[in-house]
Design a protein around this ligand. Structure first.
Ligand code: UN1
Length: 500
């Protein structure tokens, strides 16, 4: 047995699972070795799952919300007790360093805590009626089965953002994880199943289900008329297909898609903070976060002192086996990711860019390990305006803040953005109406690594959806307006007369 398979086998057994077998191969990006396989669910399987989800929803929606919260609380406790094992499995499944694997499980725990509190706060409104003896109110009701489609880079946290909220909101969920990372999904599902079983009859069978498969499986789920909300995280290309398919049948969609995130480094910035924020931003998670820093806009007066420090940080970054805590970056997910990285760098070179790093380096087995690339661009064109899911940062000089904000906003996506400055006017201008057009606009923090308490998502080609904190829960419920007449007359609104 190869080393990563050995680890996977050991961890899966803790969750009562064996290594799955099937036609679609599962390999660990850590060493590129095959671990097992799975079979894609076909159309009849998806239809069956959707049917079961609908039955579960019919039972779950009438359980009081605080009791639903109790199930999520217990699930959060189960995650706490298995954080170490699950964190390691995240690392084996998607290749992120162990501290980030553990961080991802912490993100799941955090959203469970958030959702438990929320389960007593799904507040509606009372609204002043214009008619005497009438009361108008707004109530939030459970919506229906929710399909959750997730990407390889956060193989479990993004499911948890969606599932924890959807469950306290009274919905059932069906999860279609990335075909690149089915192992953590299997473990999390097994953990949830155990918690749900122990919860007793209030938790219906099939409340949360898992469906493994490829794009065809995902499409079948999106098209199923029983799925009330499609929450999809991944590429803009995937979101365009999913969003249109959902819209065709008037289903709701919640899209959290690509980003092409920029950081502005102003002359007054604390350069140490900026260095760490930008370094983690573009190299952390091997540049495979949707919030990863991809464009670095540096004021002309500090460019020549700051960018060489970024280049040297990239050259020094400890990269290797993500299970070794000495390494701050692990592998790319696969060879296709490296091919995309190479293509982007070749395009940049053809445009006259100067490239530092970006080469493949040795790592365990067949794992795809790369040196992050710092690219000095002549202008914001070509690959700088595309999202390449790899550790590449394109650097550009700017002279005026307005120009930097315009460059920030010129990307097709609008997920995350940040500015490093100690100038209050600049900081406020960046987060004001005419500032960054992104869903996330940070000051003296990098673009990635958001907490769960805020709403997470972005504008334009990022899809417009908001997941996780704040009032994102509303996307998982339906709003009902009720006007109750407790008078003995029936006055019509707007003074309309209708007397028989
Ligand atoms: C993603 O990459 O899809 O803000 C999610 C962050 C993480 C979530 C990223 N909390 O970087």
């Amino acid at each position: 047995m190869n080393p990563s398979k050995n680890d996977v086998d050991r961890v899966l057994s803790i969750f009562g699972l064996n290594i799955p077998e099937g036609r679609n191969l599962i390999s660990s990006p850590v060493d590129g070795m095959d671990i097992g396989g799975f079979n894609s669910a076909g159309l009849p399987d998806v239809a069956d799952i959707a049917q079961r989800s609908q039955s579960a929803f019919a039972q779950w929606r009438i359980i009081p919300a605080p009791r639903r919260g109790e199930l999520v609380r217990r699930f959060g406790e189960a995650l706490r007790s298995r954080k170490t094992e699950l964190g390691l499995l995240v690392t084996l499944d998607c290749g992120k360093p162990l501290s980030e694997g553990l961080g991802e499980v912490q993100e799941m725990i955090d959203i469970c805590d958030f959702a438990v509190g929320l389960s007593r706060q799904l507040h509606g409104l009372t609204i002043a009626s214009e008619r005497p003896g009438h009361r108008m109110s707004e109530t939030w009701h459970p919506l229906g089965p929710v399909a959750i489609i997730t990407a390889f880079n956060f193989p479990v946290a993004v499911w948890a953002w969606n599932a924890a909220l959807a469950l306290v909101c009274g919905n059932s969920v069906v999860w279609k994880p990335s075909e690149k990372t089915p192992l953590t999904a299997l473990a999390v599902q097994a953990l949830f199943d155990r918690v749900a079983r122990d919860f007793g009859p209030d938790a219906p069978r099939d409340l949360a289900q898992l469906v493994l498969g490829d794009a065809t499986t995902g499409a079948a789920l999106v098209d199923d008329p029983r799925m009330a909300l499609i929450s999809a995280t991944g590429s803009t290309a995937m979101g365009r297909t999913v969003g249109q398919a959902a819209a065709k049948r008037f289903a709701r969609s919640l899209l959290e898609l690509g980003g092409n995130n920029a950081t502005i480094v102003a002359p007054s910035a604390d350069m140490e903070l900026a260095l760490t924020g930008c370094a983690f931003g573009f190299m952390g998670t091997t540049g495979q976060r949707c919030t990863s820093l991809r464009r670095l806009l540096v004021h002309r007066s500090v460019f020549d002192s700051f960018v060489p420090r970024i280049i040297s940080a990239a050259a020094r970054l400890p990269i290797g086996d993500p299970r070794d805590p000495a390494n701050l970056a692990g592998p790319l997910i696969d060879g296709a990711a490296y091919a995309a990285m190479r293509d982007a760098l070749a395009d940049a070179r053809a445009l006259g860019a100067t490239i530092h790093g970006g080469e493949r380096i040795a790592g365990p087995g067949q794992g795809v390990y790369v040196r992050p690339a710092v690219v000095e661009m002549p202008a914001q064109t070509g690959p700088m305006l595309r999202e390449t899911f790899a550790p590449i940062v394109y650097c550009l000089r700017y002279d005026e803040l307005d120009e930097a904000i315009a460059l920030n906003n010129a990307a097709a996506q609008g997920l995350s953005s940040s500015i490093f400055t100690n100038d209050l006017r600049e900081a406020e201008a960046f987060v004001a109406a005419a500032g960054s057009d992104c869903g996330i606009a940070n000051v003296n923090i990098g673009t990635s690594g958001a907490e769960i308490g805020g709403a997470f998502g972005g504008e334009k080609e990022t899809g417009g959806g908001r997941e996780s904190g704040s009032d994102s829960w509303r996307a998982y419920m339906r709003r009902q307006t009720s006007t109750v007449n407790y008078s003995r007359a029936l006055p019509l609104a707007q003074g309309v007369r209708f007397e028989l």
